[in-house]
Write a protein that binds this ligand. Structure first.
Ligand code: ASP
Ligand code: MG
Length: 419
């Protein structure tokens, strides 16, 4: 007998039929003799709808009240799914995040899990019940409900799997696994059998958005093997784990992120401490900086550019302008980031040049480049990134034939596929 955690995203429980579909998957798993903990998200677009409702009342809702509101979405799902399971003769108990023992820090709307007290879940399992837990929510030290940030149910599921030492953590979604690019936007993408945590992290944070990246970080930290699979099509999905066998496969995926702003500061002093001043200010405001580019100094001056999310660009601009040190600051919000990811590329030469060649063949200008051991990212014009007519087949020419071939250089960061 195994202990299996199964997480279902919002699209998998969006209506009555989907709820019964999920209930059947869960009941089958339970009937096969396994202990099952199920984590669910809010139905369909419920979370977005709740956010819209709040906006009808105020443009500046308190974060505490937002969490109180958003947590309601998952509570609808758990009760309905538990009812459906009971209808199928499979005894189930629904638990809110706080009943399930999720303790978090105080950061409303983006809380982090500090502790998971598993007594209640364990005692329900001992009674041979399926436990249906509300994802995305917990309780802070003030006994206030908190939520874990958009897409947070994945993280709830991984946390439970880690805390209970589950044998398997299955993340059910509306795609059949992790693809080399977003299958809903790009034709002829390939499903991966396996991907490493590091590759998945790069793809998640690059906008591939199959799994929430905090959940992957957590899975890596506690070595929880994840299986991403479809709730509608019962075929093997993609396993996310520490090491994969597919050594020959050079590039695991291509991702596009349009939530990118490039901020440029001209004529800063070319002297020790300048970068510290700039990025210290941004860090104080918790602004996440991605790519940083610095020009060579001339006449004691240099230029520094960096990227952050578009949502944080205004704040970053304000912080820099208010500091009095940096007057010549500008922001460009017409950019996008395209990246190729693969653990195999660190031991192969020529991958970067192939990517640049593909961009060049499509007459796409590169504004910034960043590389790591397992990825190469280019900042390009957003229009170019959105143009799906580009053909990236030439990226793969000259690479090992085991590299996946895809038709388009960009995947899209549309809405969350986990939702
Ligand atoms: N319902 C929440 C959201 O839409 C959490 C989740 O789906 O994981 O972001
Ligand atoms: Mg959702």
């Amino acid at each position: 007998m195994a202990l299996i955690v199964q997480k279902f995203g919002g699209s998998s429980v969006k209506d009555r039929d989907r709820i019964f579909n999920v209930a059947r998957i869960v009941a089958n798993t339970h009937n096969a003799g396994n202990d099952v903990v199920v984590v669910v998200s809010a139905q369909g677009d419920t979370t977005d709808d709740l956010i819209a409702k709040a906006a009808e009342i105020t443009h500046n809702p308190s974060a505490r009240e937002m969490d109180m509101l958003l947590a309601a979405g998952e509570e609808i799902s758990i009760s309905l799914l538990a009812m459906a399971l009971n209808e199928l003769g499979c005894h189930a108990t629904s638990l809110t995040g706080w009943q399930a023992g999720f303790r978090t820090d105080r950061a409303y709307t983006k809380a982090r899990i500090t502790r998971l007290e598993t007594e209640r879940i364990s005692s329900e399992l001992e009674r041979n019940r399926v436990v249906v837990v509300a994802g995305f929510q917990g309780l802070n030290k003030l006994d206030d409900i908190t939520t874990l940030g958009r897409g947070g149910s994945d993280t709830s599921a991984v946390a439970i799997a880690a805390a209970l030492h589950a044998d398997r953590c299955q993340i059910f979604t509306d795609v059949e696994g992790v693809y080399t690019a977003d299958p809903r936007k790009v034709r002829n993408t390939r499903k991966l059998d396996e991907i490493t945590f590091d590759e998945m992290l790069e793809l998640a944070s690059l906008g591939a958005q199959v799994l929430n990246n905090r959940s992957v970080e957590l899975a890596k930290k506690y070595n929880v093997e994840l299986e991403v699979l479809s709730s509608l099509n019962p075929i093997p999905g993609t396993v996310v784990k520490e090491v994969t066998k597919m050594e020959g496969m050079l590039i695991k995926g291509v991702a596009k992120d349009t939530d990118v702003a490039v901020i440029t500061i001209l004529n800063v002093p070319d002297e020790p401490g300048t970068s510290f001043k700039i990025f210290g200010l941004l860090a104080q405001k918790n602004i996440n900086v991605d790519i940083i580019l610095q020009s060579t100094g001339r006449d004691g001056k240099k230029d520094i550019s960096f990227t952050c999310s578009e949502g944080e660009a205004d704040l970053a601009m304000r912080v820099l302008k208010e500091s009095a040190h940096f007057n010549d600051v500008s922001v460009d919000t017409t950019c996008a980031k395209v990246s190729i990811v693969g653990a195999g590329m660190q031991s192969h030469s020529g991958v970067a040049s192939k990517m640049f060649e593909a961009l060049s063949n499509n007459n796409i200008n590169i504004k910034m480049i960043s590389t790591s051991e397992i990825k190469i990212s280019c900042i390009i014009d957003r229009n170019d990134a959105d143009d799906h007519s580009h053909d990236a087949d030439d990226v793969y020419d000259g690479m090992p034939s085991s590299s996946p071939r895809i038709n388009c250089l960009t995947s899209s960061s549309g809405s969350s596929t986990t939702g």
